[in-house]
Design a protein around this ligand. Structure first.
Ligand SMILES: Cc1ncc(COP(=O)(O)O)c(C=O)c1O
Length: 289
């Protein structure tokens, strides 16, 4: 196995190889049906951040899809691949599909071996300006299925939303439910700040249980910021003081414009600044500088 320094390094079903050499069958159920689970972990200073939380979510998702894969084994391979990659600022991507089988909707019987892909690649942060000046989002109808808690690779509605945001010169699209509540972004969790408290949608089938969301709720509790787990109705957007997104790659991202509504005074607010500092401190405590 030869892999150029810092080019993406993969582990495919237990075998390490350059990502460019991985090959998968067209009968793979991930390819045919989106029958697959994924995870993304951020690597800082060569160390995976919030790794245990990501591995636990992976295991829970395997159970939800009755996928016969071992999250602890995947975790061990991911750590080995990261160490061998030499990558310091990066991401670990994991995708496990139900495997390759003749095309039929039902699960294969007998079960086939899942296809387990891990790769580690360098990460280039494109959110620096938005973190200091604030980003912009568009609001779009939530056209996704009813199990958004499952981290499956069925991301077409999310991709369409992200593309629409990009075409509008915005950083993210926020999904609006049929009842008019703002629920989450295409690849981010959504938070608002009102009267010093933070508001975010409660866990359930409508949102992904974000690992960064969980961290931010802990950091808020430690910093003495009250948390209200309630979704934000669209008509209340004009009354919030701050808005921000969280996610593995965006971290904590202030938003100053949502659709045509200016948030607060249109600048990055004090609560999101405090949470951003607390986030950086958490990264340094776990991964070092
Ligand atoms: C729909 C959705 N919501 C929220 C998130 C944020 O989750 P996390 O903080 O675990 O990255 C993601 C991440 O990909 C996502 O796809």
């Amino acid at each position: 196995m030869t892999n150029a320094p810092h080019s993406p390094l993969a582990n495919w079903n237990g075998q390490e190889m350059p990502l460019s050499e991985v090959r998968v069958s067209v009968l793979d159920r991930g390819f045919l049906f989106g029958d697959a689970i994924y995870e993304v972990v951020r690597v800082y200073n060569g160390k995976p951040f919030l790794f245990t939380d990501h591995v636990e979510r992976l295991g829970r998702n395997f159970q939800k899809l009755q996928l016969n894969s071992d999250a602890r084994l995947i975790a061990q391979r991911a750590l080995e691949t990261l160490a061998h990659s030499g990558i310091k600022e990066g991401t670990i991507y994991v995708q496990v599909t139900r495997g390759e089988a003749p095309r039929t909707h039902r699960f294969p019987e007998p079960a086939v071996r899942p296809n387990e892909l891990i790769y580690v690649q360098s990460f280039h942060d494109h959110y620096g300006r938005q973190r200091s000046e604030g980003g912009k989002v568009i609001l779009i109808d939530d056209i996704r299925w009813k199990r958004c808690d499952i981290k499956s690779v069925n991301l077409l509605a999310n991709c369409l939303g992200a593309e629409q945001a990009h075409a509008a010169g915005c950083d993210e699209a926020v999904f609006v439910e049929a009842d008019g509540t703002l629920i989450e972004g295409t690849h981010t969790s959504l938070f608002a700040v009102r009267d010093g408290a933070i508001l975010t949608a409660p866990l359930g089938n409508h949102i992904l249980p974000g690992i960064t969301r969980k961290l931010v709720l802990r950091l808020a509790a430690e910093t003495g910021i009250p948390v209200i787990e309630e979704p934000l109705p669209k008509e209340k957007l004009e009354t919030v003081d701050e808005l921000f997104l969280t996610g593995t790659t965006v971290e904590v991202l202030p938003i100053v414009l949502a659709g045509d509504i200016r948030i607060g005074d249109g600048t990055v607010g004090p609560v999101v600044k405090r949470l951003r500092q607390a986030y950086q401190a958490a990264v340094e405590a776990e991964c070092g500088r």
